[in-house]
Design a protein around this ligand. Structure first.
Ligand code: SF4
Length: 759
């Protein structure tokens, strides 16, 4: 049975780690674990100057030292003074190499006779402005759109949002955070009245129970995962619960693994709450003073919750989820009885049609047991991209949103932003724009005719990809990207070469609300420009130059921090000078002498929290967090005779998202990113042999993979990576979405798997 073999002709992951000088059992590297050896294997170029920066990849937001010589990045190392204490994972180490891969986009290009041909910036931008203007004038502002990314800097997303909503007058501003974080955002807002986690990374060092659900942290947030293991090493009684249909690397370290069927999180949480109540673990003071209860639009009570969860007994939920009832009871006992429990989650919880409900219920588990607002006790969602939180959710660069928690459907919010942005009352539309899936649907119908896509690859990352690739062919697509060849640039009418990471300056915000600065230390290659420059140029050509009078990263940040002062997301005190000097600062941070906030809603810690009580949920009008009552729903796409298996998807340590970056790195090319995990019993029944080619098929499409037989995946479920375009699993995934967050259900759909070699 193949466990570690990823490419039958290339390196195994173990071999790669060895080649990189990393001990094979470790998934990260730090100052003590062989990082130095990696660099000794490469030409040693003395560094002229080190600059403080941040990793380009995941939302952990590791601090990096960037070594420069002769205006080239020649080295990177972990920043010992940042929260990651010098640690970086493999992707972090390769931040230098990403700048110097082949296939960087060097010149603007315009599609002529079906082919992208080199053009000048003026030609390209004139054409883009002309197409936007014609469509706006002829079909109205909602015929154009912006589709952004959690990889843009905060200044870039902020300006795009302002220019489209307050300039053009359309709310068609959305982006890839809709695909990964929307359910967490909808969960926080509906429970606390405000987005973003209330805890911080220091909570990991104080927790003695971890509830990790729908997250393979060891591969997707490896440096944070190492911090969890540090806690376990230093306090051996620390209990780790992992909820995941797969026995991932993370799950292998669990004290208790619940391999539930995909999409059954609501039932599991209800059963845990059932057990909290049965065993007297409810924090009655929390219920009395800090919580309210709701079901749909109606107000409920704690007694309603008790009646509701009565039916979610561990026995019943155990058979619904396919796990032992006693394990659910054990998980509930450990969660509630620990001194401090921290939940960590990401896409497994978010990417389902009940993603918001699942998020609300994990938060409810903390609120009901009082595991909140103390060191180590907090719900804490992890972010997949380096800037999906602060850059997109907080700037309001989503179709329904405005900055700092405001929404377009609220007249007061619109008028407040119109005043702050200095545009006439009524300029911001009250109609929500198209969210990600709806936007590409609208392109297919011809309703959205022109779209600017920045720093993302929707032709590969959208679910039911074939449908939306067809839609992209119909629209006039402008793609700004650092790379020439991505699945999306295939559909581009104009390709604009964009600067990458330390070739431009900007602010990222990672999972714990920490804003931190990435400096520009080298020039971009060819004629590439920063995305901020491109946006400012387009705004000017369309006649909105007055909205982008702040056009440098510093000036835009100054504007943005002042805007935040008018909200409960206040980070007015995070000046550019502080960003230059400090290793990031966590908001709220209302004044220049405020150190930033570790735990929100805690009077004495959070400068916006008031009163003498334990907590002040000041995002809610009555100061009470909301416990939502939800039932587990049936799967949107049940298994059938034709499609008898459930597909779930995810990623591996070495590659990142659609591999537009990591797929081009020589060091990682040999790590085969694509495989399909299938249980040996399912494989035997289907005549599938380990290491042979199979086809995964759903009602929407199919993709080929190499089968990896393993009992790490549960019977009846198959797991595919979503990394490469050659094995485009998103042709098969389902584009149904959560009704609240509009986040698609990548994590479960019904498929068949067939051997390509069996006779
Ligand atoms: S854990 Fe994330 S932020 Fe840290 S080095 Fe790895 S990819 Fe970069």
């Amino acid at each position: 049975m193949a466990q570690n073999k990823f490419d039958h002709n290339g390196l195994t992951r173990r071999e790669l780690l060895r080649w990189m000088g990393i001990s094979a059992g470790m998934v990260f590297v730090g100052p003590l674990s062989g990082c130095g050896e990696l660099w000794e294997r490469q030409p040693v170029i003395p560094v002229e100057a080190w600059h403080k920066g941040v990793c380009r990849f995941c939302g952990t937001g590791c601090g990096i030292q960037i070594g420069v010589r002769d205006r080239k990045v020649v080295n990177v190392k972990g920043d010992e003074y940042a929260h990651n204490k010098g640690r970086l994972c493999i992707k972090g180490i390769l931040n230098r190499d990403i700048l110097y891969v082949r296939d960087r986009a060097l010149h603007p290009m315009i599609r002529r006779n079906g082919e992208l041909k080199q053009a000048t910036w003026d030609e390209a931008m004139t054409l883009v402005a002309q197409r936007f203007r014609e469509d706006i004038d002829q079909f109205g502002p909602d015929s154009v759109a912006f589709y952004g990314s959690g990889q843009l800097y905060t200044q870039e997303s902020y300006i795009a949002n302002k220019f489209f909503k307050a300039g053009i007058g359309t709310n068609n501003v959305d982006g890839n955070p809709r695909l990964c974080m929307a359910s967490a955002a909808a969960g926080y807002i509906s429970v606390f009245g405000m987005d973003e986690p209330m805890g911080c990374y220091e909570d990991i060092d104080a927790a003695d129970c971890f509830f990790i659900t729908g997250s393979n942290m060891a591969e997707c947030h490896p440096v944070l995962w190492e911090r969890v293991l540090d806690r376990k090493r230093s306090k051996p009684g620390t209990f780790i619960i992992v909820v995941d249909p797969r026995r991932t690397i993370t799950a292998r370290h669990a004290d208790l693994h619940l391999p539930i069927l995909p999409g059954m999180d609501v039932a599991l949480c209800n059963a845990m709450i059932h057990e909290f109540i049965r065993n007297g673990f409810i924090d009655e003071e929390m219920v009395e003073n800090y919580l309210s209860f709701k079901k749909g639009k109606s107000v409920r009570t704690s007694d309603d919750l008790k009646r509701h969860v009565k039916q979610y007994t561990p026995d019943r939920v155990g058979s619904m989820c396919g796990v032992a009832a006693k394990d659910i009871s054990e998980a509930a006992f450990r969660f509630a009885s620990s001194k401090a429990t921290m939940s960590l989650w990401t896409m497994g919880l978010n990417q389902q049609s009940q993603g918001t409900a699942a998020n609300r219920l994990v938060m409810a588990m903390h609120l009901l047991t009082g595991h909140i607002g103390r060191p180590g006790a907090t719900p804490f969602s992890l972010t997949g991209q380096p800037n999906a939180g602060g850059g997109v959710r907080d700037t309001g660069a989503l179709a329904h949103a405005l900055p700092n928690g405001r929404v377009v459907t609220n007249a007061d919010h619109r008028h407040e932003m119109e005043k702050l942005w200095g545009v006439p009352r009524g300029r911001i539309s009250s109609k929500p724009g198209y969210h990600a899936v709806a936007l590409f649907e609208a392109m297919g119908r011809g309703d959205v005719k022109c779209c600017l896509v920045m720093s993302t690859n929707p032709a590969q990352s959208l679910p039911n990809a074939t449908r939306y690739r067809r839609a992209m062919q119909k629209a006039f697509l402008v793609v700004a990207d650092a790379f020439h060849r991505t699945e999306t640039t295939q559909f581009a009418d104009v390709l604009l070469p964009a600067a990458l990471w330390a070739e431009k300056e900007g602010v990222f915000s990672q999972s714990e609300r920490r804003y931190h600065l990435v400096p520009k230390v080298v020039d971009p290659p060819g004629e590439a420009r920063s995305d901020l420059d491109i946006l400012v140029d387009l705004a000017k050509r369309l006649g909105y130059a007055d909205l982008t009078s702040a056009r440098t990263p510093r000036d835009v940040w100054e504007e943005w921090r002042k805007i935040s002062a008018h909200s409960k997301y206040n980070f007015f005190g995070i000046t550019y000078e502080r960003l230059e000097k400090e290793r990031g600062i966590r908001w709220p941070c209302p004044t220049e002498d405020h150190p930033g906030t570790c735990r929100r809603y805690v009077p004495g810690e959070d400068p916006l929290a008031h009163g003498s009580g334990r907590l002040d949920f000041y995002g809610q009008p009555d100061g009470r967090a909301v416990i939502w009552i939800h039932h587990q729903e049936k799967p949107k796409e049940p298994r059938t005779g034709e499609f008898p298996l459930t597909l779930t998807t995810g990623r591996i340590l070495e590659h990142w998202h659609t591999m537009t970056i990591t797929g081009k790195l020589d060091a990682l090319k040999e790590i085969h990113p694509d495989f399909l995990q299938i249980h040996p019993q399912d494989a035997r029944r289907l005549g599938i042999v380990d290491g042979t080619e199979v086809t995964v098929r759903s009602r929407r499409g199919q993709a080929d993979f190499i089968a990896q037989l393993t009992d790490a995946i549960r019977l009846g479920v198959v797991f595919a990576t979503f990394h490469s375009a050659r094995h485009l699993i998103n042709r098969a995934t389902n584009d149904v979405f959560d009704p609240f967050s509009k986040q698609p259900e990548y994590k479960l759909c019904a498929v068949s798997v067939q051997s390509k070699t069996a006779k």
